[in-house]
Design a protein around this ligand. Structure first.
Ligand code: F6P
Length: 402
């Protein structure tokens, strides 16, 4: 069996380390011996805070460059030893954005093939949030958040200045992957490696470690049969929200995502009150289907005053868009973007999404591959939650009453 070096490439905060860990996990599940060699960890261990300053990364800082190159060589040496001593795959986790750095890697590692995986992702919201998360790392402990962010952005600028995409550099085997959308953009396959298909699968598989999906509790509009709007929860809805928080006690949750609507926030409130460390983000992508001219109306009012809407929607509920509003078909793109953002941000930590009826139908369909005409009829009750876990090794789907 041929051994392999996997070299991550990409600007900071593009999801390289998460992908490196997933590749390790998937290959280990196939019985391979895999280790990750991370330049950043080594840098922090050996150089400490002097390597946090942005000047350290300035391309014209000869001393900084020599130190970074030295760290890189040490990791390359450890990776080479790992393969020589019985390991199957050594993953080098670092930015490796310059062609010159990648030439050095290829020069040093000639004993086995090297597959370069470049992670790209230019989603401005994710980058901003990822940079803020970096600014909270221990190495920035002595900085204010704004100082740390400015400092990190300056470092990013230096990396950008020396960036050469894979394919334009010296590498022979490479994959460019959109790390938010789990999509391979371009590749030069390493067909001789028996591990290549499994690595590819990791890059394209939506990876959901643990996702709870709930609908908001009962609202005033639900009682009246009215749609859309921004109504508050009823007393029963608030009780459902309390029950949800009680039910999830003892479950690890790192991230909570809501829509921007009041009913979604009110449902999340008891959970947040119990878990001060739960990170929380409201995404417009999860706002309920927009009923346009019919917002706030009841289904009976629509039938009576706009019978063509009811008729056409009944004939094709998936494809029909409300006048000046949305269809399920239109929802799919924005909900997919929301889910991709969520999975990128939360990495592999457990998450909960407090969504809406139509939104949750579309989220479920993304993972469970329903026929599109069935999506608008999926059952999304207000007292049950869905729990999903999807990786190349594991597919779990449960519906649980609370
Ligand atoms: O009735 C609650 C609700 O969330 C409405 O706001 C929304 O328009 C509707 O469900 C979506 O369900 P359907 O597509 O079945 O009308």
């Amino acid at each position: 069996m041929r051994k392999l070096y996997v070299i991550m490439v990409g600007l900071p905060a593009r999801g390289k380390s998460t992908l490196a860990q997933r590749i390790r996990e998937a290959l280990e599940a196939d019985g391979r011996q895999v280790a990750i060699f991370n330049n950043g960890d080594l840098r922090r261990r050996l150089l400490g805070s002097m390597s946090t300053r942005p000047e350290f990364y300035r391309p014209d800082n000869a001393e900084g460059r020599a130190m970074r190159e030295d760290l890189c060589r040490r990791n390359l040496e450890q990776a080479r030893q790992w393969l020589a001593q019985g390991g199957d795959v050594a993953i080098l986790d670092a930015t490796n954005v310059s062609a010159q750095r990648r030439a050095l890697i290829l020069e040093e590692l000639q004993d086995h093939p090297a597959l370069f995986i470049e992670c790209v992702n230019e989603d401005p919201l994710l980058l901003d949030l990822s940079i803020r998360a970096k600014a909270r790392l221990p190495e920035y402990a002595s900085y204010s958040e704004e100082e740390a962010v400015a400092n990190f952005r300056e470092r990013l600028g230096y990396y950008e200045a020396m960036y050469t995409p894979v394919g334009d550099g010296p590498e022979h085997f490479w994959i460019r992957v959109d790390s938010m959308a789990n999509r391979i953009l371009q590749e030069q396959p390493c067909e001789t490696s028996p591990m290549y298909p499994a690595i590819r699968e990791v890059l394209v598989c939506p990876w959901v470690r643990s996702l709870y999906l709930v609908r908001h509790g009962q609202t005033e509009f639900n009682l009246a049969g009215r749609i859309g709007g921004d109504p508050p929860l009823t007393a029963k809805g608030r009780e459902q929200a309390q029950r949800l928080a009680r039910h999830l006690r003892g479950e690890r949750l790192d991230w909570l995502f809501t829509s921007t609507r009041r009913r979604s926030h009110e449902t999340a409130a008891p959970l947040l009150a119990e878990r001060p460390d739960l990170r929380c983000l409201a995404l417009k992508e999860f706002d309920e289907i927009f009923a346009g001219d019919c917002e706030g109306m009841s289904y009976d009012d629509i039938r009576a005053t706009m019978p063509q809407v009811t008729m056409q929607r009944n004939a094709d509920k998936y494809g029909y868009a409300y006048p000046h509003g949305e269809s399920y078909a239109m929802l799919q793109d924005r909900v997919r973007r929301g889910v991709m953002r969520v999975l990128f941000l939360a990495k592999d930590s457990p998450i909960i999404i407090v969504g809406h009826q139509a939104i949750n139908r579309v989220v479920l369909a993304l993972f469970l591959k329903h026929r599109k005409e069935d999506i608008p009829y999926l059952n999304v009750p207000q007292d049950k939650l869905y729990h999903l876990s999807v990786t190349p090794q594991r597919k779990v789907f449960e519906r649980i009453s609370y």
